[in-house]
Ligand binder design. Structure first.
Ligand code: GLN
Length: 311
């Protein structure tokens, strides 16, 4: 373990408590709007199995778009590279819920980490299943990765999002018109909203991300995916994990990462660490304001940017 990792985390937690610029919670999903921006949590699990954490690191929150990483891993396990006929691998340069590129690009979303791409991934994961089975399969996968059977879906958040998810409904219908959604839009979105409503703590998320720092190996359980696939998912997280702020995240932090509008971010330092941060206040790009800042501090203190020659 990096010497003083817990001391570094403690310092970051104290610094975040003093920050006055804390962003604002997502307002469009009932249940997220009421979250306090006072909350901040951070958990780091290192490649040698050590853990450092602080603040609200064990408080569950809505993982939202971070679920796209786990859903993508599952879809690749089902249909492999065929997925790339239906979803691209390029940063979108647009907001996470944008519809504008879909028309010019014939209903093929730019990448699996924007909403449109994740809805296609949910459609793939639904094949051969009832929606309840599909979401159960993803939940079991996440529990396995986190080594924690207590992880559940927050049904109230899923319901609230289904009631207000007009943009996602539009995206799904639009792609269905191009033949890129194969099941009923209602069923696919039911799965998508439930996966976004999985509730996890920073500690559980950092644990769940271990396979991405270890070339696809899950400590204590063996291989989850091939090293090549782990490398590729990390590449997508680096280039597409923060929507149109992905470039800035790479510039400031230099780690593959995936954010969610619940205020969480999962970040991976291959060979070194799996990290999760959470604070519900978002910046203008829809990424956690303090979460991003905390990761920037951590990267500076540890030298963990993947663009450094050595830490
Ligand atoms: N960026 C996000 O976390 C978006 C996920 C959210 N459930 C949505 O579909 O709008």
């Amino acid at each position: 373990m990096t010497p003083n990792l817990q001391a570094i985390v403690d310092e970051i937690v104290a610094a975040m408590a003093a920050e006055t610029e804390r962003g604002a919670p997502a307002r469009y999903i009932p249940g997220l709007a009421a979250l306090s921006t006072d909350r901040f949590g951070m958990a780091v699990v290192t490649a040698d199995g050590a853990t450092a954490m602080g603040g609200d690191a064990e408080m569950p929150f809505s993982i939202q778009s971070i679920s796209k990483v786990f859903a993508l891993t599952m879809a690749l396990g089902k249909i492999g590279d065929q997925l790339w006929r239906r979803v691209g691998r390029e940063p979108s340069g647009n907001a996470f819920n944008s519809i504008v590129q879909l028309e010019a690009e014939h209903g093929i979303p730019r990448n699996p980490f924007i909403n449109a791409g994740a809805i296609v991934v949910a459609d793939v994961n639904l094949s051969g299943h009832m929606p309840r089975e599909s979401i159960g399969e993803l939940l079991r996968f996440v529990r396995f990765l986190a080594d924690d059977e207590t992880i559940v879906v927050d049904e109230a958040i899923a319901r609230g999002e289904a009631e207000t998810g007009y943009r996602n409904i539009a995206l799904a219908n639009y792609m269905r018109a191009f033949g890129n959604i194969h099941h009923s839009v209602e069923l696919v979105l039911g799965c998508y909203f439930h996966q976004c409503a999985i509730a996890m703590s920073c500690l559980q998320l950092a644990m769940a991300g271990r396979f991405l720092m270890l070339d696809g190996m899950q400590p204590g359980a063996g291989r989850v995916i091939s090293p090549r696939r782990a490398r590729r998912i990390n590449a997508l997280m680096l280039t597409c994990g923060h929507y149109d702020a992905s470039g800035d995240f790479a510039f400031r932090i230099g780690m593959p990462g995936k954010s969610g509008v619940g205020g969480g971010i999962l970040a991976v330092v291959p060979g070194k660490a799996s990290i999760a941060v959470w604070s519900p206040g978002l910046n203008a790009s829809g990424n956690s304001q303090l979460g991003t800042l905390a990761l920037e501090r951590l990267a500076e203190a540890t030298g963990w940017s993947i663009f450094r020659a050595r830490a």
